[in-house]
Design a binder for this molecule. Structure first.
Ligand SMILES: Nc1ncnc2c1ncn2[C@@H]1O[C@H](COP(=O)(O)OP(=O)(O)OP(=O)(O)O)[C@@H](O)[C@H]1O
Length: 850
């Protein structure tokens, strides 16, 4: 498949149907007038027509898919034969989960209907075999058709025996055998046209037999072995009755077909019988050879070799039709009649085949190249080819960016044209630059428009969910603006002093503002002058768009959007865009926006180079297991860089303290920490190796810490999207990575949400009893206030999970086991109000603070 990029321009309904919805309701009846002033029948006909067109379109698509499949099947066969070292068919093709055969059968099943007749390629030959072309066998065509100079096997043997001997191996190994192919596809024919095929084939046999007195010798000399099964049968040639089971061929010598074996099959009449009835030539010949089945082999083999050698193109055609099995209605045109007309020159033919095969091989290598390109996040396009400012290109080059990533390539032109866009691309594929580049161009364009304004406008507003991410985006923007003068980038995030922000905004240049929604809204609502500056806004960017439209942020985002000018461009980016987000994206985007999905339908949303696995173990063992996993990983990867995600800030803090006690090189980031500390740790982790970061979801999205070797997720993530984003902190920029999800047995249901992702089962680790004791001893050293806070946070987090939150008794039981496992003698009490709000007031096991 070419690029998995999907471009879809959402169009408003009004574009499709520009009708006024006028319904005139007659007494007791349905509407008389339909949209567009159509009457009931016109309306109905219009819909029928549309439905037919749609069906035809779908059929066409399936047809193309089907044909491509056939071609790839043939290719696979060709090269698995040509390359002795290659893997067998099943392995060499990558069509999962269906095997190619299953897929073809499935597609063929769908063509079991009228309309499938036009399935063939143009070059497959005429729809009906012209009368003069068909081989006459049987009462209607008594005389065999003239094929020009018949193939003289005797002379061929004498002249070309060496060549044949030499080339047979090539032909045998490199070419697809018709019969073999037929066998693979379970070829059987169920129509009058298929009967022609039988006649042609039979005639072909007969002709060759007739013209080659030494046919059997020839075959013997070629050392053709007897095939294991070969079956031909037909019923009178009438449509629907005729059945030609073009049987199987010896696997070693695929050109060899055993007519002798055919006769053993009681269900089908064999070819010799068939020929006896239908053609005198065939009858005479087959009678003579009746005593020796190998001769029959020989006779047929020679024809088959002949066919193979004369043009393997026809193999392709035949392959296609054969693959339709009994559903095929157009066998006639598949008969490679014209091949029989020419006198064959073995050497030329073999040469031809060789050329064809090497051409195919080249094409296949090209395909592999394309596949490699598709796997890479980089596109073929360079930044200096995409029409952005040369100064930006210079800065990009200085930062080591030369080629665009695929998402950048896919989105840049759309964004530069001023369209609204919703963009989905895997984690670590360069989405930040994909929106920063058009943002910079927007500023450059707006700045040169020359309208002097009293207050300097902010041209681009970038919203993102976390403070660290805002800083990271601002830093990347500043790097891209390295050679541009007079363009300022600023951040507005929580955790800093409001007044300081305000002064900074007034004093320094700010055409691009990167902000978290809460703090930005504070500034807007405090009438700090920011709203006026935002009235000049040209572009709004939502990074981690799905998260910003989550319940936690949506209200703030809506309020912010309400304060922005309507004439603006809006673009939204994320690695995950669930359906609900697409639906509500019009809170921000114009209805006519472009949806760009570089992940592709049906493809895993996680980077392919991340090894993902899941480990199921009781909650109370989780900390011990994390320690074990870290130890193992550090031994395997000396330059380790690990992120451990915990469900809440306080649990993060507890695990951090415990790992620190265990002498691991560890840091923590979560929302309970002061912003300065968070920034410092974030910067340190970005620069470091051999470091473990224990964090809550504040680091889950967008954070670009290079070369993270392992991500461990402890406990169930809040949803599938969060799992994907956390995991995406590793395996960025096409690098390898590993992710382990650690779940309690009751959390296993979550795996249902990940069933389309390539998760393996992680083997249960052997936990060292000594380390358990050591851990208990160290846990005892940790301040109990931290443990109590962790217990409360744990309870709060899981209480908000629908699945467990409903069963309060169970929840409290599990929470109390957790409390015990972290060394709390008794579960810490809750405030009455808190317990009430959580619905836990009267649940056994919950203690209420007096
Ligand atoms: N054209 C490019 N050439 C080389 N490297 C690039 C290019 N564009 C981006 N990168 C690098 O790719 C890495 C990931 O980029 P970025 O953080 O923008 O990914 P992302 O898609 O936004 O990830 P996430 O979904 O996690 O937010 C960064 O280190 C960035 O420097």
């Amino acid at each position: 498949m070419s690029s998995s990029l999907l471009l879809h321009r959402s169009k408003p309904l009004t574009k499709v149907f520009r009708f006024s919805w006028v319904f005139t309701r007659p007494m007791g009846g349905g509407p008389r007038t339909f949209p567009g002033g159509l009457n009931k029948w016109q309306w109905k006909r219009m819909h029928e027509k549309k439905a037919k067109e749609k069906e035809k379109r779908l059929l066409d698509q399936e047809k193309q898919l089907y044909q491509a499949r056939i071609r790839s099947e043939i290719r696979t066969k060709l090269f698995s034969k040509s390359d002795p070292g290659s893997k067998p068919d099943q392995e060499s093709t990558h069509h999962t989960p269906m095997t190619p055969q299953q897929h073809i059968k499935a597609l063929a099943d769908r063509f079991m209907k009228a309309g499938a007749e036009d399935l063939w390629n143009e070059d497959d030959g005429p729809l009906k075999a012209p009368e003069e072309q068909s081989l006459s066998i049987g009462p209607t065509n008594e005389r065999p058709r003239s094929f020009g100079s018949p193939i003289d096997l005797t002379s061929m043997i004498s002249d070309k025996r060496n060549l044949v001997d030499n080339n047979y191996r090539n032909v045998n190994s490199e070419n697809v055998n018709f019969s073999n192919y037929v066998k693979t596809r379970n070829y059987s024919v169920a129509s009058g046209r298929s009967y022609n095929t039988a006649r042609n084939l039979a005639g072909n046999v007969a002709k060759t037999v007739n013209n080659s007195r030494n046919g059997s010798d020839f075959v013997k000399k070629m050392n053709f072995s007897r095939p294991d099964k070969m079956r031909f049968s037909r019923n009178n040639g009438s449509p629907g009755e005729d059945e030609l089971g073009l049987g199987t061929v010896n696997k070693e010598k695929p050109f060899a077909c055993n007519l002798g074996n055919t006769r053993k099959n009681g269900n089908s009449r064999n070819l010799s019988e068939f020929i006896k009835k239908r053609g005198s030539v065939g009858r005479r010949r087959f009678k003579r050879n009746d005593s020796s089945s190998s001769d029959y082999d020989s006779d047929f083999d020679s024809v088959d070799v002949d066919e193979q050698v004369e043009g393997w193109r026809d193999v392709k055609k035949i392959g296609s039709s054969a693959s339709l099995g009994k559903y095929d209605m157009k066998i006639t045109k598949r008969v490679p009649l014209k091949n029989l007309e020419k006198e064959s020159d073995f050497s030329e033919q073999v040469e031809l085949i060789r050329k064809e095969i090497s051409k195919k091989k080249l094409a296949e290598n090209g395909e592999q190249e394309v596949q490699r390109e598709e796997e890479s996040i980089l596109s073929q396009k360079r930044f200096d080819e995409c029409g952005i400012s040369p100064l930006t290109v210079k800065a990009l080059t200085a930062a080591g960016y030369v080629q665009m990533t695929r998402v950048q390539n896919a989105t840049l032109s759309v964004c530069l044209e001023g369209n609204d866009a919703l963009v989905k691309a895997k984690t670590g594929t360069g989405k930040s630059a994909a929106f920063l580049l058009p943002a910079i161009e927007t500023v450059l364009k707006a700045a040169t428009s020359g309208i002097s304004q009293r207050v300097p406008p902010i041209f681009v507003l970038i919203l993102c969910p976390t403070r660290e991410l805002a800083s990271q985006i601002a830093a990347e923007a500043i790097a891209m603006l390295k050679y541009h003068d007079g363009i300022g980038v600023q951040t507005l995030v929580g955790g800093t002093r409001f007044k300081v922000d305000q002064k900074r905004l007034e004093a320094d240049l700010c055409q691009i503002l990167v902000a978290t929604p809460g703090r930005l809204l504070d500034h807007i609502e405090n009438k700090s002058g920011l709203s006026v500056r935002l009235m000049g806004l040209k572009m709004l960017v939502l990074d981690e768009a799905d998260h910003l439209l989550d319940l936690g942020f949506r209200k703030d985002v809506e309020k912010i959007v309400d304060c922005l000018p309507r004439r603006r461009q809006s673009i939204m980016f994320s690695a995950t865009i669930p359906k609900e987000v697409r639906r509500i994206s019009q809170l921000v985007l114009k209805r006519e926006h472009t949806y760009i999905d570089t992940v592709g339908l049906g493809c895993a949303e996680t980077p392919s180079k991340i090894k993902q696995s899941c480990l199921i173990a009781p909650h109370e063992l989780h900390f011990q297991i994390v320690h074990h996993l870290l130890k193992e990983h550090i031994m395997e990867a000396p330059d380790y860089k690990v992120i451990v995600f915990c469900s809440t800030g306080m649990v993060t803090s507890l695990l951090y303290l415990l790992l620190r006690e265990m002498k691991m090189n560890v840091r923590e980031i979560h929302s309970r920490k002061p912003q300065l500390y968070r920034t410092r740790i974030s910067d340190e982790f970005r620069e470091s190796k051999r470091l473990i970061l224990v964090t809550s979801d504040v680091s889950a999205r967008g954070m670009n810490y290079p070369d993270v070797t392992l991500v461990v997720q402890v406990g169930i993530p809040s949803n599938r999207e969060q799992y994907i984003h956390r995991l995406g902190r590793t395996g960025r920029e096409d690098k390898e990575g590993e992710g382990i999800l650690l779940l309690a047995p009751w959390e296993e249901y979550f795996l249902d949400d990940l069933k389309d992702l390539p998760l393996d089962k992680f083997p249960s680790p052997h936990l060292d009893p000594d380390s358990k004791l050591q851990m208990e001893a160290l846990m005892a050293k940790i301040d109990s206030s931290v443990k109590e806070a962790a217990y409360h946070a744990w309870l709060g987090y899981y209480n908000s999970m629908r699945e467990i939150g409903r069963d309060k008794t169970m929840l409290v039981e599990l929470a109390n086991i957790f409390a015990e496992s972290i060394g709390l003698q008794r579960p810490p009490p809750l405030f009455r109000m808190t317990a009430l709000k959580m619905g836990l007031k009267d649940i056994p096991g919950i203690r209420i603070r007096k």
